[in-house]
Design a protein. Sequence first.
Lengths: 111, 114
Amino acid sequence: SQQGEEDPQALSIQEGENATMNCSYKTSINNLQWYRQNSGRGLVHLILIRSNEREKHSGRLRVTLDTSKKSSSLLITASRAADTASYFCARTNNAGNMLTFGGGTRLMVKP
Amino acid sequence: KAGVTQTPRYLIKTRGQQVTLSCSPISGHRSVSWYQQTPGQGLQFLFEYFSETQRNKGNFPGRFSGRQFSNSRSEMNVSTLELGDSALYLCASSLALAGGNEQFFGPGTRLTVL
């Protein structure tokens, strides 16, 4: 079972708008990672934020981490139709590379 | 570098059979992890191998097993298949073991159990 919750479960926006997805978790983390999955394919790593970091940017992506609230958010700015996918947060603790995934947010960007 | 490859991509089996899935990591990567993805349970960790040794194991029955070879390629095996084993099985490779590194995922093997 997952140990993270993501909201919303589904999000539909127009091209050019921003999309924000949130992730909460219950236990301590080593780092938190965000992945994208297109229609039942493999996952693509987007960004990794360590427990001692608060914000990280990569292109149109911005991730924040609040360890006191055990939550993270992923912001995609100026969304494109190609951003349509499912987005997952995944945490790691000190047990190797094991990822514990949230339930994911299905993002649809309408042209 | 070539990405993570998984074979076969699609598989249909019947209940009670067994299945072996294969994963070839990115060249130089020594850590290989396996995940099961279903609509009901989402993405769940199965196990992780590093240097031919199982380092972590998820909460799955003993019917699920795996191994890693000296060239870092990995196989997972599911015996006595059940309908609930129908899922997308994803393999991921990583350079090192410690620290929670970025994982590179393969395209997955979609297993259907009839």
